[in-house]
Design a protein around this ligand. Structure first.
Ligand SMILES: [Zn+2]
Length: 344
């Protein structure tokens, strides 16, 4: 079968299309024939050797896998060749206190498909059967693959960790990114008023079209002041933070008393500060959020099926053009997801 792999880290041209052995499923595993695989910023970091952990080489990227079950290992119950599935990329051990509570995303031995093991930049990928979740017939493969990591991340952060409720207000920084565009939609579907920050006029128009109520450009002065003016002087109830140092001051200053700031990353810098007296006096909550759970991925697929969430696909690339897709993503001019397609 064909896989796009890299043998050394570096620029997009280290991605090579190669003939590799078709994976054989061991007990409890299945092989999924990949129909679509989303590209994530983490893929670019892995290819550039910028992740906190070393990637095993040669490596096949791809965490966002949607496809069809092709082979089933011994002991697998409830999955048959031909079934449409989406793969939950966060693999837990299944036995620890976190996994048993359904929090496989924070299992100590958690691995991510496509980052710590071979992923979906290939004709087929081998995963534990427990990672394969049913994909509704109405949800196209590319739509599913476009929301796995970013959708899970946004859903887990807003719905589960920050417990966003109808009638609340939320600020989404970096709102034109993959997590941002789906975050806007999840927040609107939850009944919230959405404030967003983006980097250009064109992206502002697109964020508004996705349902954001008020969109700021990141170089506007006094964004926090403008948010307070539009929230009765209070500020937002929830902040969706994934940018880090560049947006941190605005994020903190935009919060209402009793508000929650949930964070799932900080690509502009992880080293930020918080004034403890302010945190105490205003009863501010800082909440961590990492990936998502199997149940949330099922809920996300159902939201796609219902049309409550629209996949935002910037461009589809055939698998063999993965390098070109990476190069486009590095230029940061896209809005939404880039998805690799494999015809089945
Ligand atoms: Zn575990």
């Amino acid at each position: 079968m064909i896989a796009v792999r890299f043998h050394e880290t570096g620029a997009p041209d280290v991605l090579r299309m190669e003939e590799v052995d078709y994976p054989q499923p061991d007990e409890g595993e299945i092989v999924v024939g990949v129909r679509a695989c989303g590209i994530n910023r983490a893929d670019l970091l892995a290819r550039g050797n910028l992740l906190p952990w070393p990637v095993p080489l040669p490596h096949t990227l791809g965490a966002d896998v949607a496809g069809v079950v092709e082979r089933v290992g011994a002991g697998v119950v409830g999955l048959e060749p031909g079934q449409r599935v989406v793969v939950n990329p966060y693999l837990g051990c299944g036995r620890c206190r976190y996994c048993l509570a359904g929090r496989n995303n924070i299992c100590r031995t958690s691995r991510v498909v496509g980052l710590q093991m071979p992923g979906g930049y290939a004709d087929a990928v081998k995963v534990p059967a427990s990672a394969a979740l049913p994909l509704p017939d109405e949800v196209p493969f590319d739509a599913a693959a476009s929301v796995v990591l970013v959708g899970l991340t946004a859903w887990h952060l807003l719905v589960t960790q920050a417990a966003l409720r109808v009638g609340e207000s939320v600020l989404i920084v970096g709102a034109s990114s993959g997590v941002g565009t789906i975050g806007i939609q999840i927040a609107k579907a939850a009944g919230a008023t959405v404030f967003a920050i983006v980097g250009s006029e064109e992206k502002r128009a697109r964020a508004l079209a996705l349902g954001a109520d008020v969109v700021f450009l990141d170089d506007e002065p006094d964004i926090a002041k403008a948010i307070k003016a539009r929230t009765g002087g209070e500020g937002v109830d929830v902040v969706f933070e994934h940018v880090g140092r560049d947006t941190w001051a605005t994020s903190l200053a935009s919060m209402a008393r009793g508000a929650r700031l949930a964070v799932c990353g900080g690509h502009s810098g992880f080293d930020v500060g918080v004034h403890l007296a302010m945190m105490s006096a205003k009863e501010i909550s800082l909440i961590g959020s990492y990936g998502g759970t199997a149940r949330e991925l099922i809920d996300l697929m159902e939201a796609l099926r219902q049309g409550a969430i629209q996949p935002i696909i910037h461009r589809r690339y055939p698998l063999e053009q993965a390098g070109a897709a990476h190069a486009e993503m590095e230029q940061r001019r896209h809005f939404g997801k880039l998805v690799l397609i494999r015809e089945g």
